[in-house]
Design a protein around this ligand. Structure first.
Ligand code: VGL
Ligand code: ZN
Length: 198
């Protein structure tokens, strides 16, 4: 476990799909998804204090997206672009200058990774980001795929373990995803390691 990590030049925070439909009461609830909000807020305060950029991806599907069961996909409808369920979680303290990246916007293509079909890599390069601190939902889907792409693209990754939760449709899927990401060289830390204020 990393402790006393200091945030500086080259670092950015990436908040993955922390949207209402993925919280308890939403249309595709992730167990304990709401527990991610206070942990992520600690990270957001630390990044704000360090003056480093914050990115937030959002699942932003058209109404007839291929991932929905009516179209033969695995999921109930969720995060339809512009619907209240696609809003970021209540109480999430995103800064005014957060860079929002919408993904999975094409009806015929699933995109779990925040890099797939988006400008995220270009944005990060433009800001000379080299290390990404990643949390959000869900550990075993969009966090996993985003981190795999980040590693392929050469970014260092720090996983914010208490600021993510898994769907865990199969028991242990979240743990396996964490192991896979660690195997790819991602470090693991907690929101409390970042030296933000409570
Ligand atoms: C996600 C399932 C379907 C995620 C998105 O954000 O992890 N999971 N769409
Ligand atoms: Zn989705």
């Amino acid at each position: 476990m990393a402790s006393g990590l200091s945030i500086g030049e080259g670092d950015a925070l990436l908040v993955v799909d922390l949207q209402k439909d993925f919280l308890p009461g939403g249309r595709l609830p992730v167990p304990e998804g709401d527990a991610v909000v206070p942990a992520m807020n600690r990270c957001l305060r630390a990044f704000r204090a360090a003056g480093r950029p914050v990115f937030a991806t959002r699942d932003w599907h058209p109404p007839e997206h291929v991932s929905f069961q009516a179209q033969g996909g695995p999921w109930p409808p969720h995060c339809v672009a512009g619907d209240p369920g696609a809003d970021f979680a209540d109480g999430l303290e995103l800064p005014a200058d957060v860079i929002v990246v919408s993904k999975a916007t094409r009806p015929d293509t699933e995109a779990y990774s925040g890099f797939q079909g988006t400008d995220l890599d270009d944005y990060l390069r433009a800001l000379e980001v080299r290390r990404l601190f990643v949390g959000g939902l869900a550990t075993d889907y969009c966090v996993l795929e985003t981190v795999k792409d980040a590693r392929k693209l050469g970014y260092e990754v720090v996983l914010l373990q208490d600021a993510m939760r898994a769907v865990d449709a199969e028991p242990g899927a979240g743990e396996r995803a964490l192991e896979e990401m660690r195997g790819l060289g991602a470090a693991v830390a907690a929101s409390t390691d970042l030296g933000g204020t409570e």
